[in-house]
Design a protein. Sequence first.
Length: 277
Amino acid sequence: MPLDHTPRRVVSLQPSATVILDVIGQLDCLVACTKYCADVCPAISQRNITIVSDSWSASAAQISKTAPDLVIAAVPYQEKAVAEILKSGTRFLGLAPKSLADVYTDIAVISGIFAASDRGHQVIAEMQNEIETVRKKTKGKPRPRVFCEEWGKPIITSQHWVAELVEAAGGEIVGTPAAQISAEEILAHNPDVLVMAWCGAGDRVPLEKLIRNRKWSTMNAVQQGRVYCIRDEFLNTPAPTLIHGLHALAAAIHPQDFPQPAGLRCITNPVSVCRQR
């Protein structure tokens, strides 16, 4: 009989990994995850799963205490977090996706590790089919210029996979993905649609305050009342969750063709904001 090397006790330090484990039917292997995983994967709250620090502030002691045989994390900006993960002595799978193709690869890799390749390929195909469906629906329509923001201080544009989703949803991305940019540069681009999806902020980005503080009242997006907040996890979790983000982007970019989904919020009073210049 061949030995079974499938992991039985997994620590996930990244919400995207937790979502992938859930959709491929392997959540029973999860013994620990982060509070952000619990936010994006409601099934976590119904299970006895230990909450630990995330990929940015990993703790070897926390990881070791759960006796895992695999840790899945994103490769963080802080080297000391990687050192902590390695110090735990557990096998470590580090994810660093940039594009939709990378996201598909991560799903394939994780599902392969858990002997669930068929389900992984099915999930990938479902994502690709949904993206293509939205792309076909927006084909030939006007393409508004869209700026998407992942962080506000400093201002950082959303990731490459968000730019790909914007394109599929019928928009033209403004700015370089995953790069720092100034408020003045964004105003000079004069986008038609503004989308804020700050990491860790859920749907609580203060849209009206940002417009006033950045002096953006003359921007096309503000004048037309097309300033949106999309829930953080819908655009910043590189997993099947991105399909929710796709639908939210499509509704923001072409509201006449797509219904407004949960997780999309529009600026409440653009006229009032413009008057407070």
